[in-house]
Ligand binder design. Structure first.
Ligand code: AVI
Length: 326
């Protein structure tokens, strides 16, 4: 049992990341946008957990199925000592992997990384009970902070994993930066396991982001409530509506908040007034959908060589297991 279950990677990270400069930038551009990180205050994180259980939102249960099915095989191939999960959240899906590694490993360590201290601490404590043979230690911070920290704290053979198709919320440039950071954090021979949502017909995708219970709509609108308390803003949620469309050309879902009526919004703490026009939209998220072959080439170009691909019978979701060039 580890006495201290969490390492806080940067005691100032919360303050640093909420100065609101990104909000000012996004709301003063011609095509307005807001960073998706503002989805995840406490109510937003709870809404996201609900999204994961929706009948239309296939990614979570499909990836969980793949992990359940292939965890033993992944553990047998990698046989590594240190498992690091970026953006671990509640670590629910990860348990299939932990069970598989507990069966084979003599000494194994699991380091979940997340920006949300509450959920991280709770899951670390629960997992310690459930997996007494695995040393579990949470890292509280951003992906970037974790990757920098891990680069200089190398212990033994590693597998880094990034599940849930969170990579899809990065544009191509952010994706390249992230994957390069991943390669730098690994040593030759180490592993990277990536979960990605795959391209599929528009109707399936649009249903997943426009669910009938309107949980995704509430999740999207909650971003405005978050800005209201964080920056003393006066967004009226009744004057915006949720829209998610699939941009076929870019292979990405685009989530918007559409303004219903011309009106000003004041964000007191940011000393900013934004004049919204009726029908004007704010882009709140992209969720890219990938092609397995293209992604494998992309990974290879970063030195992350694909060893094996795991999918579900309908090819909805993919897991790519890579190894850093020896
Ligand atoms: C976290 N991320 C991978 C989710 C996605 O599908 O892009 C976020 C989400 N947005 C709406 N529904 C789910």
């Amino acid at each position: 049992m580890i006495a201290q279950p969490l390492t806080v990677l940067d005691h100032h990270y919360q303050e640093l990341s909420i100065d609101g400069k990104d909000v000012i930038k996004g709301l003063t551009e011609k095509l307005k946008s807001l960073p998706p990180k503002y989805f995840y205050d406490d109510p937003g994180s709870q809404l996201f957990e609900k999204i994961c259980e929706l009948p239309e939102y296939y990614p979570t249960r499909t990836e969980a199925w793949i992990l359940q099915e292939y965890a033993d095989e992944i553990a047998a191939i990698t046989n590594c000592c240190e498992l690091i999960e970026l953006g671990s959240g509640s670590s629910t899906k990860t348990q299939a992997l932990l069970t598989a590694y507990q069966k084979i490993a003599n000494s194994c360590r699991y380091l979940p990384v997340d920006v949300s201290g509450g959920i991280l601490k709770t899951s670390v404590l629960q997992l310690q009970e459930k997996y007494p043979d695995i040393a579990i230690h949470g890292l509280l911070g951003t992906y970037e902070q974790a990757l920098v920290h891990l680069e200089s704290n190398y212990l033994q053979s590693r597998m880094l994993f990034f599940l849930g198709s969170s990579l899809g919320n990065f544009n191509q440039e952010e994706c390249d930066i992230f994957l390069n950071q991943v390669s730098r954090t690994l040593q030759p021979g180490d592993y990277f396991l990536l979960g990605i949502d795959l391209q599929k017909p528009q109707d399936i995708l649009e249903a997943a982001y426009n669910d009938s219970q309107e949980v995704t709509a509430a999740f999207n609108l909650n971003m405005l409530s978050h800005l209201n308390w964080r920056f003393q803003a006066d967004f009226n949620l009744d004057l915006f509506s949720h829209q998610a469309i699939y941009n076929q050309e870019q292979s990405q879902i685009e989530m918007y908040l559409i303004c219903q009526k011309t009106h000003p919004v004041h964000l007191k703490k940011l000393d900013l007034t934004v004049n919204f026009q009726a029908s004007e939209s704010i882009l709140t998220e992209i969720s890219r959908k990938f092609n397995l072959e293209t992604m494998q080439k992309d990974l290879e170009s970063k030195g992350l060589n694909p060893l094996k691909v795991f999918t579900d019978p309908e090819n909805l979701f993919g897991l790519i297991l890579c190894q850093l060039s020896l």
